[in-house]
Write a protein that binds this ligand. Structure first.
Ligand code: HEM
Length: 322
């Protein structure tokens, strides 16, 4: 590549962080495992049509994988005697993160078709993409670049240090996404995933239900009836995040933010800066705007810290390093 072209590519990478910058490619398995995307989609479909919540789990799994050690399947690793506290057991993931069975089923089906070719990290990215497709009634169609390798490091403390907690304010949220190469708009757009799935009461009680609360009064009293005042591991029910369209990946989240009917401080925080508040209004009121923005931000998130060469491997079993 001549030096001016190389400079232009580097400048573009810095500006937009495209997947081309870390070597990911759409259709990466065209020759080595041509049916992989169809195989993963079939598995995801089976699980999501039985329980839409599993689809929410898969979308969250991609976020939790990518923010910790990059998108490298580190969230899938089980505890071992050498590593008793992997990411999977960290408070942000345990016991709330779900969808691991889908990844196991997809990996088994993919290994049967093309052994040793497809990474677990790519299977998470495909599965999350497919969950978005089914839960959006086929509106969110993402071309997911692939070519990620699986990492060998997984630590509970890394998850705690890199995943934003639900008590973050808007500046903390922006900084936590910036640390991963995502901007404030990506943060607002990806938070829209809180239009599906559930939360345990412990993720927002007591802080969000204290009086006075910024939450809309009717929603707060509904939640007070559903949640114990002091949730504990033995008594920690779940509630839907979106009370209007709980299983639809749509822009209802932004209407809920405007109506102050959202669970977390981090959701309500989007209205506390003029720029993010304007993004909330645009996503709520401009039809179709959020779908396209979500598509692009999702691919960007799926390109965080991707491993290549000796940094990674293709695991035989997603739960253990080779
Ligand atoms: C902006 C910072 C974020 C914070 C503070 C946050 C926090 C949380 C918390 C506390 C829960 C509930 C966990 C539980 O108690 O069960 C949750 C659920 C969820 N989050 Fe986030 N999240 C954030 C961003 C994201 C992003 C970027 C995505 C994906 C693009 C995402 C997708 C989801 C989904 C789909 C669920 C429901 C999961 C299920 O039903 O199993 N979140 N989030």
């Amino acid at each position: 590549m001549d030096s001016s072209l190389r400079l232009a590519v580097v400048a573009t990478c810095l500006l937009v962080l495209t997947s081309a910058c870390h070597g990911l490619q759409v259709g990466y398995y065209k020759y080595t495992c041509p049916r992989v995307e169809a195989i993963v989609r079939d598995e995801v479909k089976k699980f999501v049509y039985k329980d839409a919540g599993i689809g929410a789990g898969l979308i969250r799994m991609l976020f939790h994988d990518c923010f910790v050690q990059g998108c490298d399947g580190s969230v899938l690793l089980d505890p071992t005697s050498a590593n008793p506290q992997p990411e999977k057991l960290s408070p942000p993931n345990f016991p709330s993160l779900r969808g691991f069975d889908v990844i196991d089923a997809a990996k088994a089906a993919v290994e049967a078709a093309c052994p040793g070719k497809v990474s677990c990290a790519d299977i998470i990215a495909f599965a999350a993409r497919d969950a978005a497709y089914f839960l959006s009634a086929f509106r969110v169609k993402i071309n997911m670049p692939a070519g990620r390798l699986d990492g060998r490091v997984s630590s509970s403390s890394d998850a705690l240090n890199n995943l934003p907690p639900p008590v973050f304010n808007v500046n903390q949220l922006i900084n936590s996404f910036a640390a991963k190469g995502l901007n404030a708009e990506d943060m607002v757009v990806l938070s829209g995933a809180h239009t599906i799935g559930r939360s345990h009461c412990s993720s927002f009680v007591p802080d969000r239900l204290n009086v006075p609360s910024n939450m809309e009064a009717g929603f707060a009293s509904f939640l007070r009836r559903r949640c114990p005042a002091n949730p504990s591991p033995a008594n920690d029910p779940t509630v839907n995040q979106d009370i209007v369209t709980p299983s639809a990946l749509d822009n209802q989240y932004y209407k809920n933010v405007l109506d102050r009917r959202v669970l977390f401080t981090s959701d309500a925080a989007l209205m506390t800066s003029p720029a993010t508040a304007q993004m909330v209004r645009d996503n709520a009121f401009i039809p179709g705007l959020w779908d396209g923005k979500f598509n692009r931000a999702f691919v960007k998130m799926a390109g965080i810290g991707v491993k290549t060469g000796i940094q990674g491997e293709i695991r035989r079993n997603c739960r253990f390093v080779n």
